[in-house]
Design a protein around this ligand. Sequence first.
Ligand code: PMP
Length: 363
Amino acid sequence: AEPYYNPHVAALPKYNAGLNLAAAKAVSGLDQIARLASNENPHGCSPAVSRVLSDGSVEFWRYSDPNCELLRATLAARLEVDANEIVIGNGSEEMIAAASRAFLTEGASALTVAPCFGLHEIEPLAVGASVVKVPMTADFDFDVPAIAAALSSGPNIFFLPSPWNPVGAALDHAGLARVIEATPKTSLFVLDEAYHEFVSDAIPDGLAMLKKAQRPYIVLRTFSKAFGLAGLRVGYAVCSSIKIAKMLSAAKTPFNVNAVAQAAAVAALGDEAWMREAVSRIRVERDRVAAALGAMGLRVARSEGNFLFFDSGRDSAELAIDLLRAGVVVKPWLEPSYRTFVRASIGTAAENDQLLAALSAIL
Ligand code: PMP
């Protein structure tokens, strides 16, 4: 390391962003690649979004609105919150980075779960905080008593993903109530609901529960998953107070969300019916793929998201290479404790069939 390196950044674990399309084509020699590594929406996005992108109405030669006024107002009405409590990010990942910059200093502490969403660990580490992770239970669920015990030490930030990427579990009403109650008011509760739109009726709306809790929080949501805008990069934070929103805003770059992305997100919200239809198709496929993996003798975690996490019984990095040869890109878990686990997004029926066929040929 050079003397001018930030030692925290120099020591960061690498974010595993999955394999790219060119590599998959080269290795497989196939044109049809099933891209199941990044939990995208295989059905694309609403035609209302495509229209806004092609009708010439976005003045992209101007700087974008740094405050995302229209998008915040649209979200505020829909979520029944004050627009000044919402901050829009260049993806919700930018809000994870901004929260870490705004609320953690060197030597501070963050708490999350294991296996974790990479950025819930990387962003706290980048600002010199330490990260404690509470492992999942043997039956692939949140260990609520262990989380509650870890919270009693008063971490500065608690990053809780529900539905949980990569596992798939989501906290039910009792579980989330217990976790909220166990989080000291001196800790910032960051509930990451990137997969919120996919959950079943049994899973509560975390924002609605936190609104009643009289405590500091940030709820993160995104247009990348159910709304199908992953490549445009739009996500948002709903904060418990204007003060917290101002801190987050101060920690982001000024023109963080581009003009095309802002217009697309507003258009996507104007066609919720498209999103609901895509979500219900994905859920049907998810349950079909989960059953098929189970029938192959694999242990699959119950999922409330658009992905499945399963124990392949062998080295996941090697399995991922074998799958790549069959034109299927998945995300292998590389940490020693989860080294046999793979996360596969739910794709189109054809893509899912490609995954299942490849797995049954390999395993
Ligand atoms: N949080 C979770 C739990 C995620 O799985 C993801 C995407 N993989 C993100 C945040 C970031 O998504 P985006 O930046 O596209 O909004």
